[in-house]
Design a protein around this ligand. Structure first.
Ligand code: MLT
Ligand code: ZN
Length: 446
């Protein structure tokens, strides 16, 4: 192909200099220069693109807002075309009767959440990038976030997906109801597939009434190990936080020393941020029961007294990833998971392995951002070994190597070598059946 052809209802960019930014997302990996970037505006463009990809033998790499953390949207090899969904047309349609909202993949997640909220409804998924990411990316990666502690991941909030498959047509999987049981849920297979089976172009999302009360608590710990049993103890006693986040002593110290004003005031050796959104969570009986459960730790508990304080606490938590990245540009941030009942064993194992790392993240659901701040200076073979040791530790405790970011390029080798071979065989068979020409996001995940 000498010149990338024009497409109906799409914008095409093929100037190599302008293509440079498309080699990256927000992970530490860098891909190859794509042949072109295409912005399809509707199904006709996508249909032609699929036809061309099959005829000319190039791969299609989906891209939302480029905020992914695993290299899932960066091109690999010489024959890749980035399909940027930001110009895809479509409206946000709220249906209060059906408790759902339909939106195109291009919709900013911020707008999805705001549209639901304006109708008194709640769309819980809240990845850290929620103010800048696109809905399509969150569907392709099954995004998480702090609220997953109570509400689960993106896949738990999708009623139906519209996706283009290898025939070039857009198909809808699912209906506008929580009850749909006519055969296996193919839509669920597409969510979190990182675009290797087809591309999601829109979805109908499940909503729930918007919580009206929030109790946001800062829980400093003198000995940070005291925090580790708490998620399990709270859940065991019937307290399910809508978020339970934490900073280990090293992250907290760095935030306090170099972070914004709100961070400089943070108390404790280590710190947990707990939030509840149950009805009555800001009143006496709920909080008294919680204090009893916390025991001596409750003495240093601070409760956000108003929306401004709550926003300040969350602002610090939300900027932690970017803050650490700015200070340690070559850091590697992982997102392993262990069941919350195994947190103490995980940290004991991490200490035994002596992996130079700091940790913060979603303590309440066992999803931990283990950050190797010195990764840029480390010997690459040693770094690989450390990451494999970290993943093996998580797996040995009944966990997984990724709770949020997905596999993409960055964890592909580890995923292939550490997963049950039967799982990989089944996924490869599905890939072959759904994408026999191998055009959808080649080189990712499998
Ligand atoms: C977070 O919770 O801050 C993120 O998922 C970020 C990360 O791992 O960098
Ligand atoms: Zn996270």
């Amino acid at each position: 192909m000498t010149r990338f052809p024009d497409l109906p209802d799409a914008t095409v960019l093929a100037d190599p200099e302008a293509l440079e930014p498309y080699r990256r997302d927000e992970s530490h990996v860098q891909g190859d220069l794509p042949l072109a970037v295409v912005w399809p505006k509707g199904p006709a463009a996508l249909k032609e693109l699929v036809r061309l990809a099959k005829a000319e033998g190039f791969g299609l790499v989906p891209r939302g807002a480029g905020t992914g953390k695993a290299g899932g949207c960066v091109p690999m090899g010489e024959h890749a075309v980035v399909v940027d969904f930001s110009a895809w047309r479509g409206e946000l349609l709220l249906s209060p009767q059906d408790l759902c909202l339909s939106a195109p993949a291009s919709a900013p997640l911020r707008e999805v959440k705001a549209t639901a909220a304006a109708g008194g409804l709640f769309y819980p998924p809240d990845p850290n990038s929620w103010e800048s990411c696109a809905l399509g990316g969150t569907l392709a990666t099954n995004a998480g976030g702090p609220n997953a502690c109570k509400y689960g991941m993106t896949r738990h909030w999708v009623l139906s997906v519209d996706a283009v498959l290898e025939d070039g047509e857009v198909h809808t999987f699912g209906i506008h109801s929580v009850k749909a049981n006519a055969g296996p849920a193919l839509g669920q297979l597409l969510i979190g597939s990182e675009g290797i089976f087809g591309f999601i172009v829109g979805a109908t999302l499940r909503l729930t009434p918007l919580p009206r009360e929030h109790a946001t608590l800062l829980l400093p710990a003198k000995r940070w190990e005291d925090l580790l049993d708490l998620p399990g103890r709270l859940c065991g006693a019937g307290y399910l936080p809508s978020a339970f986040e934490f900073f280990d002593p090293a992250v907290l110290a760095e935030l306090r020393a170099h972070g914004p004003d709100e961070a400089r005031r943070l108390p404790g050796e280590a710190l947990a941020i707990l939030e509840f959104d149950d009805r009555g969570c800001t009143f006496g009986p709920f909080l008294e029961g919680l204090m009893d459960l916390l025991g001596p730790m409750a003495e240093s508990l601070e409760i956000a007294s108003d929306a401004r304080q709550r926003a300040g606490i969350w602002a610090v938590r939300r900027m932690t990833s970017a803050f650490l990245k700015e200070r340690h540009p070559k850091k590697v941030s992982e997102d392993i998971v262990v069941p919350r009942s195994r947190l103490r064993e995980f940290f004991a194992g991490l200490e035994r392995l002596a992996i130079p790392s700091v940790t913060y993240g979603h303590l309440g659901d066992g999803n931990l951002h283990v950050n190797l701040l010195g990764a840029g200076e480390a010997d690459p073979a040693e770094l690989d070994q450390q990451l494999m040791d970290l993943f093996r530790l998580a797996l040995s405790l009944g966990g997984t190597l990724s709770g949020e970011h997905g596999i993409g390029l960055s964890k592909r080798e580890a995923f292939l070598s550490l997963s049950d071979p039967g799982q990989i065989r089944a996924l490869r068979a599905l890939k072959q059946a759904l994408d026999p020409h191998g055009i959808f996001n080649p080189g990712k995940v499998l």
